[in-house]
Each structure stands twice: as structure tokens, then as C-alpha cells.
Design a protein around this ligand. Structure first.
Ligand code: GMT
Length: 375
């Protein structure tokens, strides 16, 4: 099959999922064409079946807001026609779904039929999508997709709740991990570098947006480290970074926190961690938590959105209400307090992550592709 994948190229979860999915499809023998405004960080163009088409946005002075959606639609028309694609799979509704719809209509007028699938990832529905000014376009694009998927049951429910005029059937296809990526050697010397006296290592990976409540990560850590000698590693970057630096000074915890910035493949650093903290206000799935679990790292998280579909309370980690830093710290201390408990949680976290093995998830997408192209 010849598949066009439209995604954001950034470090965010939807771009990672799209990239890993495309890579796995290419390994199965499909021809995969990524279409984005910059090359997605994790794609391997040497693998043979993977192609990349860049959308270049014109900076003509008249455009205060460059018309990305229109340029993307034109690019889709071009790539579908000349690469003879069988279908388009767009990740993140805004503006990818409406651009795909426009491309589909243009191609239809030229006698070319191209079905498109929209995968909803989270903030396109829960945060950005709730802005009423987007509602009619998102509703229309979802209803007119040939198929729609959501990465969790919670996101599917949120879509129907936030967009009452969405009538389209939504299929839940959860996010996944590629287990081979996590078969890496634990480097003891690296662990010692971050925790020279055998302290526990807590970790948080995100894009440091408000929705992640990274300040709660610091507050939880501040309580934990008073009970258990520990260090905190922060991976990622984003708009909240300056506030976080300010807070670590206020709490006087900077000497125990290491900020690593953006890392393309976080598996290596996850492999030295003992506990992952995910304090988000809302999270449609929580791919970062799943990646931690695949690295044998249990998760202390909030219980919002789709997180309970990934993190099982008392098994792979523990959950608390959003903002309840005392409870999250209590849970972290419970998991970290002794070797046996920690080892049990680590084993369970890994076991839970294997439910999301790409080998189980990929066929769900392939079946959907067959269905929309009428195989
Ligand atoms: O987490 C973000 O803010 C980025 C966002 C994205 O689209 O890149 O992540 C969303 O999609 C991920 C992949 O499906 C999910 O694992 C994240 O839970 C989801 N983020 C939110 O819902 C806040």
C-alpha cells in the first residue's frame, strides 16, 4: 500500500506516534510518505520505503498569518497524484483533517479518489479543540473523514462530549511502543553520574506546557527527597521552563535537579530511572508514561483523561487527583521505600507496557486501511 502520513514533526506525542507508525508500516513493506513542514525528528530515510515531502509556507508580506492549511492541501494533492497514494492518514485534527478534506475534494474533481483517516491525539480535542472558533471546522472534518481513530476511550468520549455534532464512528486504537527500542543495556556508570550516592532517580519527560503542571513535579519531588535520598531528571523543554527554574530556586532543590533539555530518544536516560512523574491536568493517553513503563519504570501520575487506561493503580504505578501533590508524594514514597516493592512495581510496569506492543497495534491500523480503501 502507498500511504501518506501527515503529522507535526516536533517532539510532541502525536509526531512520535505518526513517525513510529510510519516506520513500522515501512518495515512491513508499505511505501510511506511523510508530509510535514519539517522533517520529523525520528524518521530514517535510509530505510528505503520511507519518503519525506516538505510543505514550504510562503512568507509573502501580505500574510500576517501564513496560510499553512492551504499550502498543505496543495502539497497533498501533488503527492497523492504523483506518488499514486492509496490513502492519507492525518495525525492531529487541526489543521490536518480539514486540509486532507480539501485535498480530497480537489482530487475528486480531477477523477482521483483518495480516502483519508484522521487520528485524534488529545489537545486537538481537549484544549485547542474546545475553543469555539474551531468547532465547526473540526466537526465537519471529523464527520467527513473516511475513518476516525482516537488514542484512548477517554479521548473518544471527550470528542463526543466537546463536539455534540460529531456523528462519525470513532475507533479506539491505543498508542504503542516498539519493545526492541527498550532492549538497551542499563549503564551503571551513567546512573552513578546522576545519583553518586545511590539516590533514587525520579524523572519527568514532557514539552513543558501548562497542561503538564511541571510545577507539581517539583513539589512532589521536594516532599519525596525529604524522606528518601533522591534526584530528579527533567527531560524536554517548553514555555514553562523559566517558571520551573524559578520554582526550583524558591524550593531550594536546584542542586538535586538535572535539566537535560530535548532528547530525541529518551530510552537511554529512562533506563537509569526509578520512577516517572506525570502530573498533567489532562492527558488523552500519556505516551511518555508508557515509554517509561517499557523501560521498567513505574509511574506516579494523575488520574485524568486516558491515563487510567495506561497506568494501573497499585500495579504499574499509582494515581492521584490532579494537583494533589501530597498524595502523589505519598505514592512515590510507597513505591520507592524498599528494594522489593520497587522491583515489583518495575516488573509490573514493564508487563503492563507489553499490552501496547506495536505488534498488537499495527494490525488494527492495517485492518482500518484495508477497510477504507475497500479491500
Ligand atoms: O502532550 C502534548 O501536549 C503533545 C500532544 C501531541 O499531540 O503531540 O500529545 C497528545 O498526544 C499524545 C500521542 O497520542 C498523547 O500520548 C498525549 O497524552 C496527548 N497529550 C495530551 O492529551 C495533553
Amino acid at each position: 500500500m502507498r500511504i501518506g502520513i501527515v503529522c507535526y514533526p516536533t517532539f510532541g506525542g502525536s509526531g512520535v506516534v505518526a513517525t513510529e507508525l510510519g516506520t513500522a508500516l515501512a518495515a512491513e513493506g508499505h511505501q510511506v510518505h511523510f508530509i510535514s513542514y519539517s522533517q520529523p525528528v525520528r524518521i530514517d530515510l535510509f530505510s528505503g520505503n520511507i519518503f519525506y515531502h516538505e510543505v514550504s509556507v510562503s512568507d509573502y508580506p501580505l500574510f500576517d498569518y501564513p496560510p499553512y492549511e492551504l499550502v498543505l492541501a496543495s502539497k497533498l494533492v501533488d503527492v497523492v497524484k504523483y506518488e499514486k497514494l492509496d490513502l492519507l492518514h492525518v495525525h492531529y485534527a487541526i489543521p490536518h483533517a480539514s486540509a486532507a478534506y480539501l485535498a480530497k475534494e480537489i482530487l475528486e474533481s480531477q477523477g482521483i479518489h483518495i480516502p483519508f483517516i484522521t487520528t485524534l491525539h488529545g489537545t486537538d480535542i481537549t484544549i485547542v479543540g474546545k475553543d469555539p472558533s474551531f468547532e465547526p471546522v473540526i466537526t465537519f472534518a471529523i464527520n467527513n473523514s473516511d475513518a476516525v481513530t482516537a488514542v484512548s476511550q477517554s479521548l473518544k468520549d471527550d470528542t463526543y462530549a466537546n463536539f455534540p455534532n460529531v456523528k462519525k464512528e470513532i475507533t479506539v486504537i491505543p498508542n504503542f511502543i516498539c519493545p526492541d527500542d527498550y532492549k538497551i543495556e542499563k549503564k551503571l556508570c551513567q546512573k552513578k553520574m546522576y545519583a553518586p550516592y545511590g539516590e533514587r532517580i525520579l524523572i519527568h519527560v514532557s514539552n513543558f506546557r501548562k497542561v503538564k503542571r511541571v510545577e507539581d513535579v517539583l513539589r512532589v519531588f521536594n516532599i519525596v527527597k525529604k524522606e528518601i535520598p533522591s534526584k530528579l531528571i527533567l527531560v524536554g523543554d517548553g514555555p514553562e521552563r523559566a517558571n520551573i527554574e524559578k520554582l526550583c530556586r524558591e524550593l531550594d532543590t536546584c542542586q538535586d535537579i538535572k535539566s537535560l533539555g530535548k532528547i530525541i530518544n529518551p530510552e537511554q536516560i529512562l533506563s537509569v530511572a526509578d520512577l516517572f512523574l506525570l502530573t498533567s491536568e489532562t492527558e488523552s493517553f500519556g505516551l511518555a508514561a508508557l515509554e517509561a513503563m517499557a523501560s521498567h519504570v513505574p509511574v506516579v501520575s494523575t488520574n485524568s483523561g486516558g491515563i487510567p487506561e495506561v497506568n494501573i493503580h497499585g500495579f504499574s504505578g499509582m494515581m492521584s487527583n490532579v494537583g494533589d501533590v501530597e498524595d502523589m508524594a505519598k505514592n512515590a514514597i510507597h513505591i520507592l521505600k524498599d528494594e522489593d516493592t520497587l522491583q515489583q512495581f518495575k516488573n509490573n510496569a514493564f508487563e503492563q507496557s507489553q499490552k501496547f506492543d506495536i505488534a498488537k497495534i499495527l494490525p488494527m491500523y492495517e485492518r482500518l486501511y484495508d477497510k477504507v480503501i475497500g479491500k
